[in-house]
Every structure is written in structure tokens, then in C-alpha cells.
Ligand binder design. Structure first.
Ligand code: SF4
Length: 496
């Protein structure tokens, strides 16, 4: 009896790992598989349909089921690099080099899934709560994956990933970093711990969702710092109260001393604020950072006050203390000994605190992918890579990620940032080197592509782009059109 020969494994050459893959199995990254001896990209090639149309949300998963194979139906298509595959080593032409005529101009898009060791995310978390000091380490799965950068106006900023964590530490640090980046970029929640020991803060980050800080879901982003809040709402407090203190970890505002109070002729109240006085009515460091009022560690606002000055204060004086989101507020009146006593808040002040809350935006996490596309992947676009870099700088080549608008940093290289929420879902993958896989498209005129030494013989018309199970999505909410002439220098009448 003859025994059927065991099917041979095939070798995937799409990244340096070079997996041997058995029939019916997928490689280490789950992006490539062996289908009856053929190496196939598992995820479908994603095409944005109707890029000339604006403000249509993504069709979402399952849209591909409606796909009838007519690539030009419903408007101009844009072939993204999502599901396009990678070429390795880099000198081979990119997987798809696609041309189409756009408003009388022959355009070409070079499409590839880049493998990025130099990549990470910048995360903006809208919250006043303390989540860590500048330079505190951020841990995921117990491994260091990034750090706290600074605070922006109403937000905390984190830098996660980057080559130092992906390849510069231990193997498990690299793996944990890659896993955290992949989940964040694909809009999944990631639990991190910031700092160590008693001061460690636990945060769940998910793009487009409110952060969960030590188990509490954040609701509002502050309306402004304490001083700005005084400036915005001073007029509404006039006649209803003698003093207002807006408690803020950064700048606590005091109405009677603030320029806004002066201009409204509010008399001094004899209030004493603990903390470092800046300009009139503005105080720094009234308490430690924390998760209490206005991002401080206080739960009892009176703790930031010293005794009232008996020469100025008088019994019965009315005082509102409120946080920068309006979520915490208390009303006090001074007794005969000039001690503030908590009283029911008058209706007019309740409305004003509600107005502060109403003026706060919802708290969300924003995740921006940042990577260097100015390295070896340029060789898949042109045999003379520096010409691509120059072409991008000269606004002859437009860079997009999954069809989404990118910000290209000034200076050398092609360092891009993109909001992951603008990209199709599931845009990112990984390889176990470890590195992230992200879609990148370079779009330019065919004539410019030829001039920079591009692989013009590899160009195929967009109508010929066929791939099993094409996934079709609509333009994102920004309606960004990578092929719009407005991106290019030649449309602005600049000299060629
Ligand atoms: S990790 Fe993925 S891309 Fe790399 S060789 Fe294996 S299957 Fe191919």
C-alpha cells in the first residue's frame, strides 16, 4: 500500500522571521497562511470606495459581502495597504502599484504594509485626575512599555512603544510592548499601570472611549484651568455670591482677587489660599495631584483655605467652591467666627455649576500611531529611496495610512502620525521580531513616479486589482481623499 506523501511546508518570505507553514495553517503573525500549497494573505485587501464623496462613515465589517466585483461602482476607489501584504527583502516592488486617472491627471498609488520597529503611539487622555508624574513608567503585562510625557490643556499625554521598548529591552518587554501597541492601534482596550507601589495608577485606555482610572470611568474633560473658569463664568456669579474658588491642580482661581472680579468691582473677601501665589487670583500647588477635586488629592475643599482675614471678612459672606468640571461643588457661609459653614446651595449657583459641566467636553482617549516610513520600505517604491523622501517634502507625493490623513513631521525622513480612528478597523498587524505592521500608501502623479525612479513596469490599472474577498469600506468621517489635487504642489501653481 502506498502512503500519500506528506504535503510540504511552504516558506513565507514576507518578513525576516521566514516561517515554514504547513498546509491549512497560518504563520507566526496570523497574517499569512498556506492554502493548498499557496501562500496567501489572510486578511482581505481593503478598498475605500467613493473617495471623491465626503462625510460617509465606514461601512464596517461585513461590507465585503455586498461586494459585486465592480471596483469603480459608487465613485472613485482607493486601494489601501490594509491586507495588501509586505515584500521582503525591501528592494522588491511593493505588493500593489495602482494607477487611475483622477480629474484628467494620471495618478499612481504605491501600496504596502510596512513593518515598523521604529513605531509607537502617542496617547492623549482627557482627564484632570492624577495618573502619574512626568517620566513615570507605564507598564503593560508587568513590562515597561512607555512613559508619561506631560499634561496638555485638560489632558495627560503618554508615549507608548518605540524602538527602545520593542527591541532595546528584554524579549518579554518587546512582546508586551508589541501586544499593547497592536491592541491600541486596532481600537481595543489595554490595561496599563502607571508608576509603582502605593502611587501606582491603573488605567484602561481605548481609542475613542473614556479612560477608566482606578476603576472609575472618566466622564468630563475640564472646561479650562481654574483661572480660565473664573474668567468664563465670573459675570454669572455676580450678585449671587461674594467669593468663588475654582479648585484646580494646576491653577486654582479666586474670583475676588482675579482680574475678572476686579473688573466687576468685587470687593476683597479676606480669603487665604494655601499654595504658591502667581498673578492675582491665580494659585499654583494648592494641594498634591490626585483623583479628587480638580485633579488634586483633596476631597474636602476647605483644606486649601487658611483662616479668613478678620479685618476684611464679615459674618454671612457667601462662598462657592467648585471643581474645573463642575462635578464637585459646595456652598458655604461664614459664621460669627468667620469659619465657613456648609449650606444648601442656592438655585442660581446650582445652575452655574451645571453650566460649567455642560461646557465640558466628553472625556476620551486619543491614540495616534507614529512611525518612521523613511527607512527601507522606500525601496519598495523606488530604486532611489531618498528621492521618495524629497518627493514627500516637496509635496509631490502624498502619504496616507489606510487612506487616512497623516501628519508628516518636518526635518529628515518620513516620520508620520495618524489617528487610528480615521483608519479602517483591523488595519494593524504584527510580526514576532517584534514589530508592528501598518498600512502605508504613497500617491503621486505617474510622471513624478517615473521621475523618482519608480517601478513603472509594475503599475497596474485599478480595474485590474482583484483579490479574493475584497473588503469595501466607505471614506472615514473626515472624508479624506488621498488623490485630491489639493494635496499637491502642482495644484497650487508652484513651479515644477
Ligand atoms: S511572521 Fe508572518 S510575515 Fe513573517 S514570515 Fe511568518 S507568516 Fe510570514
Amino acid at each position: 500500500m502506498s502512503v500519500a506523501p506528506k504535503p510540504e511546508k511552504i516558506r513565507c518570505d514576507a518578513c525576516p522571521v521566514m516561517c515554514y507553514i504547513a498546509d491549512g495553517k497560518s504563520g507566526a503573525c496570523d497574517r499569512y497562511a498556506n492554502h493548498a500549497g499557496a501562500l496567501v494573505r489572510v486578511d482581505p485587501l481593503t478598498i475605500i470606495e467613493g473617495t471623491a464623496q465626503k462625510l460617509v462613515p465606514f461601512l464596517g465589517e461585513g461590507a465585503a459581502q455586498d461586494w459585486d466585483g465592480d471596483i469603480v461602482q459608487g465613485g472613485r476607489p482607493f486601494v489601501t495597504a490594509v491586507g495588501a501584504g509586505t515584500t521582503y527583502p525591501d528592494y522588491k516592488p511593493a505588493p500593489f502599484i495602482v494607477s487611475q486617472e483622477v480629474e484628467g491627471v494620471d495618478m499612481v498609488t504605491v501600496v504596502t504594509e510596512g513593518i515598523f520597529s521604529y513605531c509607537g503611539v502617542k496617547v492623549k487622555i482627557d482627564t484632570d485626575r492624577f495618573i502619574g508624574h512626568e517620566r513615570d513608567v507605564v507598564y503593560a503585562q508587568g513590562e515597561p512599555v512607555g512613559h508619561v510625557m506631560t499634561s496638555e490643556y485638560g489632558s495627560k499625554m503618554l508615549s507608548l512603544g518605540g524602538v527602545e521598548h520593542l527591541t532595546g529591552g528584554t524579549k518579554s518587554e518587546g512582546r508586551a510592548t508589541c501586544a499593547a501597541l497592536l491592541s491600541l492601534c486596532n481600537r481595543e482596550p489595554v490595561a496599563v499601570t502607571i508608576g509603582e507601589g502605593d502611587t501606582a495608577t491603573h488605567v484602561v485606555i481605548e481609542a475613542g472611549k473614556p479612560p477608566v482610572i482606578n476603576g472609575d470611568t472618566e466622564k468630563l474633560m475640564r472646561v479650562g484651568c481654574g483661572s480660565a473658569t473664573i474668567g468664563m463664568f465670573a459675570r454669572q456669579w455676580l450678585g449671587h455670591v461674594d467669593e468663588v474658588v475654582v479648585v484646580d491642580d494646576h491653577i486654582t482661581g479666586v474670583l475676588s482677587e482675579h482680574e475678572a472680579g476686579k473688573q466687576l468691582d468685587l470687593p476683597p473677601t479676606g480669603i487665604k489660599i494655601k499654595g504658591r501665589r502667581s498673578t492675582p487670583g491665580r494659585y499654583f500647588q494648592v494641594a498634591k495631584p490626585g483623583t479628587g477635586w480638580g485633579g488634586t488629592d483633596i476631597e474636602e475643599p476647605l483644606n486649601i483655605l487658611g483662616p479668613f482675614n478678620a479685618k476684611t471678612a464679615r459674618p454671612g459672606m457667601r462662598m462657592l467652591m467648585v471643581s474645573t468640571t463642575g462635578e464637585q461643588a459646595d456652598y458655604f457661609e461664614l459664621d460669627q467666627d468667620l469659619v465657613p459653614r456648609r449650606r444648601p446651595m442656592p438655585a442660581a449657583l446650582q445652575s452655574s455649576t451645571a453650566l460649567i459641566a455642560e461646557n465640558c467636553e466628553p472625556s476620551v482617549c486619543s491614540v495616534l500611531f507614529m512611525a518612521g516610513a523613511g527607512g527601507s520600505l522606500r525601496a519598495g517604491v523606488t530604486e532611489n529611496p531618498v528621492r521618495l523622501t524629497r518627493s514627500v517634502k516637496e509635496a509631490l507625493t502624498h502619504v496616507s495610512c489606510g487612506g487616512a490623513q497623516t501628519y508628516v513631521w518636518p526635518g529628515g525622513g518620513i516620520t508620520v502620525m495618524v489617528d487610528v480612528l480615521d483608519m479602517p478597523t483591523g488595519s494593524f498587524g504584527y510580526v514576532p521580531t517584534p514589530a508592528l505592521v501598518a498600512p502605508v500608501e504613497f500617491t503621486l502623479r505617474v510622471s513624478d513616479y517615473r521621475a523618482l525612479g519608480g517601478y513603472v513596469d509594475e503599475i497596474q490599472p485599478v480595474e485590474d486589482v482583484t483579490s479574493e474577498g475584497l473588503r469595501r469600506v466607505a471614506p472615514n468621517g473626515q472624508g479624506h481623499d488621498p488623490m485630491s489635487a489639493s494635496h499637491y504642489r502642482w495644484d497650487k501653481g508652484a513651479e515644477e
